[in-house]
Design a protein around this ligand. Structure first.
Ligand SMILES: Cc1ncc(C[n+]2csc(CCOP(=O)(O)OP(=O)(O)O)c2C)c(N)n1
Ligand SMILES: [Mg+2]
Length: 309
């Protein structure tokens, strides 16, 4: 594939995620969506670049902000909208909602509302992959806030000690809800990760999906060859409020200029002709997925305890 084709392919994926989330914003006031939503608008390039270099055999564990990763890993769009609507045809039969999407058939093993809680799951899966001799790379995705949790540190240490095939992927948007990283952390994320003996990569241009994908391809190759875990920090920017469909610049904790700076570098804003060429087919797909969710049924009472252990 030429680099132009790679750019267009990743652009398409990133635009698809953005248009899906913009549809969620449009639908939200109707109350048809039955769960809180943590949108990834502004952060799409991380998911798109990271997933491009993975195979469907590779596993991914992520956070409540996971629409982008679900779609980039190949999760079914109809099942995603149905899940948001709380319908039985959803990817978790309508019982999980936006914060707990999963598509194990394509390697998206789960997401969780509890900060940092899927990091040890990724490490456990990596331990299993190593012990069973599987040719599998596992990725654990988390935010900058998760690096303050004890289980994060235990996970890095264990993975490094046992040379597990896991990538720790930190989506650093510098925020945990309304609190800036500098007000919470007396360490630099990659410097601290190095203490555990992990090789680290840092990408400051987190809007550049080609750069993310090329770096991740190199990292994945390294991990697949059995050299042990790697840590990747990607700087990114959340355009919307922490949770919900709106913006929060009026709250006063951050300023809109910073967002404007990031938006000026965002490829989805820089190539309007490409957006227009891809938009009709994506909107058609989204219309069909929303229609699928609308005409699906809510789960019956018998469904309540199915798959619950
Ligand atoms: C263990 C735990 N503590 C606190 C919370 C409340 N909480 C929800 S999201 C969040 C911020 C997490 O920030 P970060 O990890 O950077 O992810 P981001 O939302 O920026 O993607 C917090 C503190 C929680 N869900 N779980
Ligand atoms: Mg954050």
């Amino acid at each position: 594939m030429t680099s132009t084709n790679l750019f267009e392919e990743l652009f398409f994926q990133a635009l698809r995620i953005r248009l899906v989330e913009e549809r969620i914003i449009e639908l939200y006031p109707s109350d048809a969506i039955q769960s809180p939503v943590h949108l990834s608008i502004g952060q799409e390039a991380v998911a798109v670049g990271a997933c491009h270099a993975l195979t469907s055999n590779d596993l991914l564990f992520c956070t409540y902000r996971s629409h982008a990763f679900y779609l980039a890993k190949g999760g079914n769009l109809n099942e995603m909208f149905a899940e948001l609507y709380g319908k039985v045809t959803g990817c978790a039969s309508g019982k999980a909602g936006s914060m707990h999407l999963a598509a194990p058939e394509v390697g998206l093993m789960g997401a969780s509302a509890v900060v940092a809680s899927t990091i040890p799951h990724a490490v456990g899966a990596a331990l299993a992959a190593k012990q069973l001799g599987k040719d599998q790379v596992i990725v654990g995705v988390f935010g900058d806030g998760a690096t303050e949790e004890g289980v994060y540190h235990e996970s890095l240490n264990f993975a490094a000690l046992h040379k597990l095939p896991v990538i720790f992927l930190c989506e650093n948007n510098e925020l945990a809800v309304h609190s800036f990283r500098k007000a919470r952390q007396n360490y630099e994320i990659v410097e601290h990760a190095q203490i555990y003996g992990l090789p680290v990569y840092q990408i400051t241009e987190g809007y550049d999906f080609v750069k993310v994908s090329e770096t991740m391809a190199e990292v994945i190759k390294q991990v697949r060859s059995g050299q042990g875990p790697v840590f990747v920090e990607i700087q990114t920017f959340r355009y919307k409020e922490h949770v919900g469909p709106g913006e929060d610049f009026a709250c006063g904790y951050r300023n809109i200029q910073e967002a404007q700076c990031w938006k000026q570098q965002d490829p989805l804003n820089l190539y309007p002709a490409l957006v227009e060429s891809f938009r009709p087919s994506i909107l058609q797909e989204i219309d069909a997925a929303v229609h699928f969710a609308e005409r699906s049924s809510f789960p019956s009472i018998e469904e309540l305890l199915r798959d619950v252990v």
